[in-house]
Design a protein around this ligand. Structure first.
Ligand code: S0N
Length: 265
């Protein structure tokens, strides 16, 4: 595949996927999602690879979610395909992160916001730079990811905290994220890569079959969430056509606060 939105590297058993759109804080568009999915499948298929690392280019952001500048009343920028209504095949991407029979580590180097936070939530393990910031912003920009983004998040941080994260759209520091169980470890920014390498080496020493079966068993317990995701993405496709959803998207692009007051009915 011709890669433009990500950098994909393989080295000593580790596949590293770097979202490479730093000018938009590594927000993803349809092409970015397709390239990430392709890379995860390649790593899945390559017997030399035992662990996958997902990170973002630059030192500002891991990923700021869906690219709002590529979003319209028709959804994101891909028509047709498995993305169906919303124009982004995020469900497919979420599926490969969960299903690849190898541990996936998120190296959270900066903002993990919206769909970007959902990506790090879905990774098996997350190591964060002390500069990282976490949060959901869907209700601010007229959007939501109400499958793994809500139900699975609740399993990780608890129902009350998950509701707070989505309803308030606040941002949380790396230390706060660690406290609520959203990430495994926080390290000084310059030590992020070194720490991730250390965790990769430890994983690579372990039995791949044992790791695979453990991952499948963890997944089995939350497998029904995929159904919630399908319903949520289906409804999101319809929601994106509304004035209310567009108010959120337009406010972000126009750099003004959204006014949702007239939609409270
Ligand atoms: C990350 C934030 C907090 C950083 O703020 P800061 O430091 O003030 O920088 P900015 O000036 O705002 O940003 C720097 C440049 O990057 C651009 N940019 C940032 N994020 C995006 C983005 N998501 N799309 C497009 N461009 C982005 C800025 O525009 C700016 O560029 P210039 O200077 O040229 O204008 C802050 O940037 C922020 O809040 N970003 C938006 C985050 C966001 O709302 N993401 C989408 C969130 N959506 C959801 O939570 C809902 C649903 C969901 O998860 C989902 C489900 C399915 C499919 C897609 C999504 C999805 O994520 O949308």
């Amino acid at each position: 595949m011709d890669l433009g939105d990500i950098v994909y590297q393989k080295d000593h058993g580790v596949a590293k996927i770097t979202i490479n759109r730093p000018e938009v804080y590594n927000a993803f568009r349809a092409r970015t999602v397709d390239e990430m999915t392709w890379a995860f499948r390649d790593a899945w298929d390559d017997n030399r690879i035992g662990v996958v690392v997902l990170t973002g280019a630059g030192d500002k952001a891991f990923c700021a979610g869906g690219d709002q500048k590529q979003r319209s009343g028709e959804g994101y920028d891909k028509s047709g395909g498995l993305g169906g209504g919303i124009g982004l095949e995020v469900e497919t991407l979420h599926g490969v992160i969960r299903d690849i029979p190898k541990p996936v580590i998120a190296a959270v180097n900066g903002y993990a916001i919206g769909g970007g936070n959902v990506l790090q939530v879905l990774c098996d393990l997350s190591i964060a730079s002390e500069r990282a910031k976490f949060g959901q912003s869907g209700p601010k920009v007229g959007s939501y990811d109400a499958g793994f983004g809500t139900a699975y998040l609740s399993r990780i941080v608890g129902e009350k905290k998950a509701r707070e994260i989505w309803y308030l759209c606040d941002q949380y520091t790396a230390e706060e994220a660690k406290e609520m169980g959203l990430v495994n470890k926080v390290v000084p920014h310059e030590q992020l890569q070194e720490e991730v390498d250390r965790w990769c080496r430890k994983i690579l020493e372990k039995s791949p079959t044992a790791l695979k079966m453990l991952k499948y068993s963890f997944n089995a317990d939350s497998a029904t969430i995929a159904g919630i995701s399908q319903i949520a993405m289906g409804s999101l496709a319809m929601f994106y056509h509304t004035e209310e959803a567009l108010e959120g998207r337009n406010a972000f692009v126009e750099k003004r606060p959204p006014d949702f007051s007239k939609f409270r009915k």
